[in-house]
Design a protein around this ligand. Structure first.
Ligand code: GTP
Ligand code: MG
Length: 153
C-alpha cells in the first residue's frame, strides 16, 4: 500500500475548498486514513519545507502556513499510485501552468496562494506523514467495495 501526505493550505480553508479537495481524492478511489485541522508551529512548517530553505519566498511561505488565520487541513490518503496521482490531481505548482481540471488549475491564480500541498516522492511522503501525524492517528481500514475500485482484470 502507498500513502501520501496532502494538506489544504490556509487559503484553501478560507476559500471553502476543503470539501471540494476531499471529494476529488475520494471520488478518484483513494482512501482517507488520517485527517486533522492544525495550525502548524514554525518548527513544523520549516521542517516540512526544509528543502526550500534559502529560497527568496521561504520566510513568506512559512508565515503563510503558520499564521493561524485559518488551519491547515492535514491528511493522509492511501491507494494505488497515490503519490504520483495525487500530484496529477493537484496540478503544477504555478497555477499559470496548472491545467484546467486539476485542483490548482481550477481554483487558484497565484503560486503564493496555491491552496494545497502534496508529497512529491515516496521519501517525502514518509517524512511528511511522520512529521504531521503520530502512528495512532493513521487508521487502517478496508473499503467494503474494494474490488470495484482496485481490480485490474
Ligand atoms: P507543495 O505541494 O506545496 O510542496 O508545492 P510543490 O511541490 O508543487 O512546489 P515546491 O515544493 O517547489 O514549493 C512549495 C510551495 O512553495 C509551493 O506550493 C508554493 O506555495 C511556494 N512556492 C514555490 N515557488 C514559489 C515562488 O516562486 N514564489 C512564491 N511566492 N511561492 C512559491
Ligand atoms: Mg513540494
Amino acid at each position: 500500500i502507498e500513502r501520501t501526505f496532502i494538506a489544504v493550505k490556509p487559503d484553501g480553508t478560507q476559500r471553502f475548498l476543503i470539501g471540494e479537495i476531499i471529494k476529488r481524492f475520494e471520488t478518484k478511489g483513494y482512501k482517507l486514513v488520517a485527517i486533522k485541522a492544525i495550525v502548524p508551529s514554525r518548527t513544523l512548517a520549516e521542517k516540512h519545507y526544509e528543502d526550500l530553505k534559502g529560497r527568496p519566498f521561504f520566510n513568506g511561505l512559512v508565515k503563510y502556513m503558520t499564521s493561524g488565520a485559518a488551519p491547515v487541513i492535514a491528511m493522509v490518503w492511501e491507494g494505488k499510485d497515490v503519490i504520483r496521482q495525487g500530484r496529477r490531481l493537484i496540478g503544477a505548482t504555478n497555477p499559470l501552468e496548472a491545467q484546467p481540471g486539476t485542483i490548482r488549475g481550477d481554483f487558484c491564480i497565484s503560486v503564493g496562494r496555491n491552496i494545497i500541498h502534496g508529497s512529491d516522492s515516496f521519501e517525502s511522503a514518509e517524512k511528511e506523514i511522520g512529521l504531521w501525524f503520530g502512528k495512532s492517528e493513521v487508521i487502517e481500514w478496508e473499503f467494503g467495495n474494494a474490488e470495484w475500485v482496485t481490480a485490474d482484470n
